[in-house]
Design a protein around this ligand. Structure first.
Ligand code: FAD
Length: 416
């Protein structure tokens, strides 16, 4: 059906999460005309609350650092692992490895953080439409040439663009349409979480640490993330079938998992639940292509990796940054081909693979404490991986010693 109105711009961005805000802000900084469509009215709830330090460099380019520093978000200096019997390994303090302010990051309430990022995009000249749902991407042959948008007051608009960026998160608009999704063969998990008030909070430098607690049956792990509104985000991640098949309501499953995990039980003993329960499937996936003629995928619209090391927002920001550079250079050169728009895909994919490998090792029994005790000189490299320094091969020195400690024949980590 024809649209009510037609307009045009340089770049259309679908979705105003961290990926969409990043790509659009950086394009606007390069003088590119961007229209961003976000279907929700902000602030809106979103999961994905713990940042990792390599976001710092993207924030710097976005001019977001002063805003982050002035925000009430809890400062995060480390990630700490607690094993199945409740023993805590030495924390991975980020500044032991990379001194300076770039080693500190934040625990964010996403409704607030995503609003700040989108407001920042507006301030940089991005034309933000919200709430405005993109109904479909328009193609001429294999080339994306624009989108059809549902307007807030009713009716539709066709917006023609030289490049369409899909930053629609797990809606994966283009991945669905073009059938590009590849499911991860092993990372098929689910999560149940809620928020607590009055539960145990660490102090000082550990006040904002992310705690990762292995479940005693070793099927999964808990996240424990302190927030600035006095709540703590506490969630359990485990294989989807284990968590959701043949179990009771989410509330009951969550309670059963608490009962089985003394390390979490202790920390929640003084707390009361502040919200209802949330649950999600978090199967990992990625697209077989990062770009095509006139279109690019970023953030979760490209791929989603198990949240064990809190890498999702970093990957959204980083792919947004890399895509913005490729698009802006392409527009200057008059080249919006798949090769130009996706020039960053291989390097980015290798970075995701490094994080994925560390995720799979954890589910296969890897112990950070044991590894660091056996190879103390490699603690810095492991910390590099944990802060999100993924896009350089200097971190690859960890894999051989890791394999000698955890022999491959005992493991089952299929390639992806
Ligand atoms: P999103 O943040 O999902 O943004 C996409 C936006 O697109 C949304 O606002 C949506 O409304 C909009 N949209 C969708 N369809 C349309 C449409 N048709 N038209 C217009 N707008 C549309 N990451 C971390 O960094 N740290 C963590 O601790 C962490 N924990 C997690 C725990 C769980 C259980 C899960 C599932 C994920 C977690 N993540 C975490 C991952 C993180 O949530 C995502 O990686 C991140 O939000 C991706 O950002 P994005 O911008 O790509 O997508």
């Amino acid at each position: 059906m024809a649209s009510d109105t037609t307009s045009s711009t340089d770049v259309v961005v679908i979705g105003g999460g961290p990926a969409g805000s990043t790509v659009s802000t950086m394009l606007a900084q390069r003088g590119v005309k961007v229209r961003l469509f976000e279907r929700e009215k902000f602030p809106r709830f979103h999961i994905g609350e713990s940042l990792i330090p390599e976001t710092y460099w993207v924030f710097h380019r976005l001019n977001m650092l002063p805003k982050m520093k002035a925000s009430p978000f809890v400062k995060k200096h480390s990630v700490q692992f607690v094993n199945a019997i409740g023993r805590q390994s030495a924390p991975f303090y980020f500044d032991e490895n990379k001194p300076g302010e770039c080693s500190q990051t934040w625990q964010v309430i996403r409704s607030e953080f995503d609003t700040m990022m989108l407001d920042n995009a507006r301030e940089h000249g991005v034309e933000v439409h919200q709430p405005a749902r993109v109904l479909e991407v328009i193609f001429e042959g294999d080339r994306a040439v624009g989108v059809k948008v549902q307007k807030d007051g009713g009716g539709t608009e066709e917006v023609r663009a030289k490049v369409v960026v899909d930053a629609s998160g797990q809606s994966t608009m283009l991945q669905n349409r073009l059938k590009l999704r590849q499911w991860d063969p092993v990372l098929n998990k689910g999560a149940i979480w809620t928020y607590w008030r009055g539960a145990y909070r660490d102090t000082g430098r550990d006040e904002g640490a992310t705690l990762v607690v292995q479940t005693p049956n070793k099927h999964g792990w808990w996240w424990y993330i302190p927030q600035h509104d006095d709540t703590i985000s506490v969630g359990v991640v485990a294989p989807f079938d284990y968590l959701f098949k043949g179990r009771g309501p989410h509330e009951q499953t969550y309670q059963e998992e608490i009962n089985a995990c003394p390390a979490i039980q202790e920390r929640l003993a003084s707390g009361t639940r502040a919200t209802g329960y949330y649950a999600t499937k978090d199967y990992s996936y990625r697209s077989s292509q990062v770009a095509g003629d006139g279109w690019v995928l970023i953030g979760d619209a490209f791929g989603f990796l198990d949240p064990l090391y809190s890498s999702g927002v970093l990957l959204a920001l980083k792919s947004g940054e890399l895509a913005a550079d490729a698009i802006a250079d392409g527009l200057t050169a008059g080249d919006t081909s798949a090769a130009q728009l996706g020039r960053w895909g291989e390097m980015f994919g290798k970075g995701v693979d490094r994080m994925r490998r560390l995720v799979c090792e954890y589910y296969d029994g890897f112990s950070f404490g044991k590894f660091v005790k056996t190879h103390p000189h490699l603690k810095g490299k492991v910390t590099d991986l944990l802060i999100g320094d993924l896009f350089d091969d200097h971190v690859d020195v960890v894999w051989e010693p890791l394999e000698s400690l955890y022999p491959p024949e005992k493991k089952a980590i299929p390639a992806w």
